[in-house]
Design a protein around this ligand. Structure first.
Ligand SMILES: [Zn+2]
Length: 577
């Protein structure tokens, strides 16, 4: 039956350990196959609330291949009572100390059930009537009928999403999640550096090429006075498209200038972007190639990286068009892979002096703006550059893409101006004084190294929050961007990214943290709190994202807390329990 499989079957011991680990995380289908359901011994009924000790023992038994016999021997407690009456399901979770910090999250290979009123997802706090086959949504109290394929549900036959300990589950269903898509890495490499620095950067990039996941798509752009887009798909000869560093490049210009419609007529109407909207996969594969196929070309391009050939007068800074290069990278990704996980990894070795996003003029007589200048508002190029990067941020968020910046220079490179684009897209910033410094080298490798041979990097996420009417959301502080989805759940007070109940998270991983700020909602016309009949309230966090294995997943976390009153005034002392 699926209960056992969700905790790892005997087969998990055999063969490839990674595959076994995946199997362990994957719960069986719902409803369970009839044969399996019929053969399940009655002793498999679960105690509620679950004893974690029992759970761990059961899991160990399952892992050691001794999982068939049920809970009879070994001194385990006698089978407990059946699930309590549905009312008790609304109990608070056990104290935090008893909850494993990072339990295996079950991955359910089917679509979630949603409340027909508020669209929140069936969860362990839902009140279930097994006889009438109805569940009550804890958020809006709507009664929802179970669909036909849940008709076998009973107290002893629960789908995983109703297990009390699975307050976080992931759904993966091909109907909802679409095809598997590879992650995309677009390298954007500064060449206005001394030979020594270029040498360091070359060797770091060469290491990264070896660590790229085979299925990931890779693109390569270099910049100095001009922006060069390398056509990795063009056989053994090096070939690249060159753009002026003095202006940004729109997606339309890119489509025209980079021969995406060579020999064919460009559609005159509609949005042209990606293979779904008008581009052939061959035209895209000229610039974005699977890492496994372009390793040779990529290594050749990296090997031949040279200092920007344009002469720099002694009294001037190098002509470095960081802004134009990032604009080209963003537009190229927007043309080729909109709405699919991608990150721009920019390696910058000095201040931007050319074109949009410049932070200082080329003349060395003019010093780079300092903290004081920013405080006094006397950095002449600052506002313009911030505005430019704000546009890039909007474009990237719209496309679902991330900007990472590796800024390695003794000089400043302009992260203050760029940071809006990095923050809103959930990107990474690494600052070091040289590309030879271990801070840079180790950080870069750490992004690409992981024990599981996956990067743990997820992409293109959308976070939505449902909550009980007792609370309202003021906003979120963290690496995300508001999707401006107005909702009755939003508070009038805004902190961070507020006035919405949905946020875009272009880049996210295991360590991504968000701070949610909420308000206690007051009942109209009185000071009493808690519109619900009970003193219990709920949050549900829904994260729809591109998993590093390529599929879209939906992670649903539902938590509950109880209002308690302290000894002081009522309003000041309501708090989380
Ligand atoms: Zn509801």
């Amino acid at each position: 039956g699926w209960v056992r499989r969700s905790c790892g079957g005997a087969e998990a011991k055999r063969g490839d350990p990674k595959a076994a680990r995946r199997r362990r995380r994957l719960a069986g289908p719902w409803p369970p196959p009839a044969a399996a359901a019929g053969s399940r011994p009655p002793a498999r009924r679960r105690r509620w609330p679950p004893s974690h000790a029992v759970e761990r023992r059961r899991r160990r038994r399952a892992l050691s291949g001794d999982g068939g016999g049920g809970g009879g021997g070994g001194g385990s407690p006698a089978p407990g009572p059946l699930l309590p009456p549905p009312r008790a399901l609304a109990r608070p979770p056990p104290p935090l100390a008893l909850v494993p910090r990072f339990p295996d999250i079950p991955v359910l290979p089917y679509s979630p059930l949603r409340c027909r009123m508020c669209r929140s997802i069936l969860n362990p706090f839902s009140i279930v009537d097994y006889v009438a086959k109805i569940w009550v949504c804890p958020f809006c109290f709507q009664r929802n009928h179970f669909p036909q394929h849940y008709s076998s549900i009973s107290e002893s036959n629960l789908p995983a999403e109703l297990f009390p300990q699975y307050t976080t589950v992931e759904y993966i269903s091909t109907a909802e999640t679409g095809p598997v898509v590879p992650p995309v890495f677009m390298f954007v490499v500064d060449t206005c550096m001394i030979e020594e620095e270029i040498g360091y950067l070359k060797s770091a990039l060469a290491q990264v090429v070896e660590l790229l996941p085979d299925n990931s798509l890779v693109g390569f752009i270099t910049f100095g006075t001009y922006v060069q887009v390398h056509e990795l798909g063009f056989g053994l000869l090096p070939k690249s498209y060159v753009f002026k560093g003095t202006k940004e490049v729109t997606k339309d210009e890119m489509l025209d200038q980079m021969c995406f419609f060579a020999g064919k007529r460009k559609p005159t109407t509609g949005v042209i972007a990606g293979t779904r909207d008008g581009l052939s996969s061959e035209s895209i594969a000229r610039f974005l190639l699977p890492a496994s196929e372009c390793e040779f070309v990529l290594n050749a391009v990296i090997e031949e990286l040279q200092k920007d050939p344009w002469p720099v007068p002694a009294d001037q800074r190098a002509s470095r068009c960081t802004g134009a290069a990032l604009s080209v990278a963003a537009s190229l990704l927007g043309v080729c892979v909109p709405g699919s996980g991608a990150r721009i990894m920019a390696f910058v070795g000095g201040p931007s002096t050319e074109g949009p996003g410049s932070i200082v003029s080329k003349s060395l007589l003019e010093p780079i703006r300092s903290h004081k200048d920013l405080d006094k508002d006397s950095a002449p190029l600052y506002d313009k550059a911030v505005k430019f990067y704000d546009q890039i941020a909007k474009q990237l968020v719209h496309q679902g893409h991330v900007l990472d910046v590796f800024a390695c220079a003794v000089d400043q490179v302009g992260v203050a101006e760029m940071k809006v684009a990095i923050e809103k897209t959930g990107g990474i910033v690494v600052l070091a004084e040289s590309f030879g410094h271990s801070v840079f080298k180790d950080s870069l490798l750490r992004i690409f190294q992981s024990s599981d041979n996956d990067l743990g990097l997820s992409f293109n996420g959308i976070l939505e929050i449902n909550c009980s009417k007792d609370v309202k959301i003021q906003g979120i502080i963290g690496p995300c961007a508001s999707l401006e989805k107005k909702s009755p759940l939003s508070s009038d007070t805004v902190i961070g990214q507020g006035n919405t109940s949905a946020w875009k998270m272009c880049g996210l991983d295991k360590k991504t943290s968000l701070c949610l700020v909420y308000d206690i909602a007051k009942k109209d016309g009185s000071n009493t709190i808690g519109q619900a009949a009970s003193n219990q309230f709920y949050f549900q966090f829904l994260t729809y994202y591109q998993h590093h294995e390529g599929q879209m997943r939906l992670r649903a976390t539902t938590i509950s807390r109880r209002w308690v009153s302290g000894s002081d005034s009522v309003q000041a002392t309501y708090r989380w329990l």
